[in-house]
Design a protein around this ligand. Structure first.
Ligand SMILES: Nc1ncnc2c1ncn2[C@@H]1O[C@H](COP(=O)(O)OP(=O)(O)OP(=O)(O)O)[C@@H](O)[C@H]1O
Ligand SMILES: [Mg+2]
Length: 358
């Protein structure tokens, strides 16, 4: 295992700048996840780490060693792609062994490693099959196995689960994390699925348009998003954003539809020149509780109810805005029946820059 660092990594294709100065720090043995919307540069970043693309600018360090100019074969990196890229004319056993054969590893070592990887991944009964006779999940495990037999110090995953059905996705996701913990390797995993990102990561990097928006533990990012983009991307259902709110002139609260939501440390709010500022208010769907009608609460009228067993996601009118709230099913929300709710937590974003203010 190895720690991975990039410094000011940039990549352009022609005139298009795809990565705009990426500084990653992934400690030895960590499971790091890069998450971001389609086209933000995740695969490009992974390909740069693997040596499949050359950086336009910047440095890549593995264990403190500058590998920016190293060829892929000299980086000792195992990459698992979305398309498993198994050799169709080879059995599972030969697929597993192939990378080691190329490296002229001794036959008895190859056999031992293949046996071990097959045991770890539950592939023993499948060793003599061809890829066409495997399910998507089994193919995914063979692809993992090819990485495992190499004993690589760094695993790179590019959306390895996107071809699997939801149940299998969850199962293989847990498998991948188990293997990582067992092998003690360093892993960097790319996904645009934020549930996958939150559940797998020790360390999460949220990317947008070729830049890291925030890095940290999933929970810290969820609780303390640096800006509106991160706040909207991490968390499901996504945070409600209410534009056109205002900080009160004493800095003590944020005003939404005439409702005052108190701010902590109002003296700072005023001192920072935020009083009277127009802001965007952020309310997570899970941060609501029911309130008595006569209190100073918001009204909520569900128009669509999504029932997920223990929990209901209700889309509807939150005062004069459209919003989503999540409630336990036993609350018994009804379509068209107005209830009163109170936010238990709120975020305030700069209307122009999107930076988190409070
Ligand atoms: N070889 C290339 N030549 C030109 N443009 C490219 C090349 N590879 C990627 N790009 C562009 O770089 C941007 C980032 O692509 P990349 O594949 O890294 O995105 P991504 O975050 O992995 O997206 P997705 O989630 O859809 O896989 C895209 O706009 C893409 O069109
Ligand atoms: Mg990609």
């Amino acid at each position: 295992m190895v720690n991975v660092e990039t410094q000011g990594l940039r990549k352009s294709f022609g005139d298009t700048q795809v990565l705009k100065g990426i500084d990653l720090r992934v400690p030895k043995g960590a499971f790091a996840v890069l998450v971001g919307p389609s086209g933000c540069g995740k695969s490009t970043l992974l390909r740069l780490l693997a040596g499949l693309e050359q950086a336009t600018e910047g440095t890549i360090l593995f264990g403190g060693e500058d590998v920016t100019a190293h060829a892929p074969k000299d980086r000792d990196v195992a990459m698992v792609f979305q398309s498993y890229a198994l050799y169709p004319h080879m059995t599972v056993r030969d697929n597993l062994a192939f990378g080691l054969k190329l490296r002229k590893t001794a036959a008895d070592i190859i056999a031992a490693r293949v046996t071990e990887a097959a045991a770890v991944l539950g592939l023993e009964p499948l060793l003599d099959r061809f890829p066409r006779a495997l399910s998507g999940g089994q193919r995914q495990r063979v692809a993992m196995g090819r990485a495992i037999v190499r004993r690589s110090k760094l695993f790179l995953f590019d959306e390895p689960l996107s071809n699997l059905d939801p149940a299998l996705r969850t199962q293989v996701r847990v498998d991948i994390r188990k293997q990582h913990d067992r092998l003690g390797a360093t892993s960097i995993y790319v996904t645009h699925d934020q549930v996958e990102a939150m559940t797998l990561a020790d360390l999460l990097f949220v990317l947008n348009e070729g830049e890291v928006q925030q890095a940290g533990s999933p929970l810290d990012i969820y609780n303390n998003p640096a800006n509106r983009f991160v706040a909207g991307f991490v968390g499901s259902p996504a945070m409600n954003f209410i534009d056109g709110c205002r900080i009160s002139s004493d800095g003590a609260s944020v005003l939404m539809d005439g409702h005052a939501l108190p701010l902590t440390a109002p003296e700072h709010t005023a001192a920072d020149g935020l009083a009277d500022r127009e802001v965007c208010l952020g309310l997570r769907p899970h941060d609501f509780e029911l309130a008595a009608a006569e209190t100073d609460a918001l009204s909520f009228t569900p128009s669509i109810l999504e029932t997920l067993g223990p929990e209901v996601h209700a889309h509807g009118a939150l005062n004069s805005y459209q919003g989503v709230i999540a409630m336990p099913a036993e609350v018994g929300l009804q379509r068209g029946a107005t209830v009163h709710v109170r936010p238990t937590r709120w975020y305030v974003f700069d209307s122009e820059t999107g930076v988190t203010l409070r």
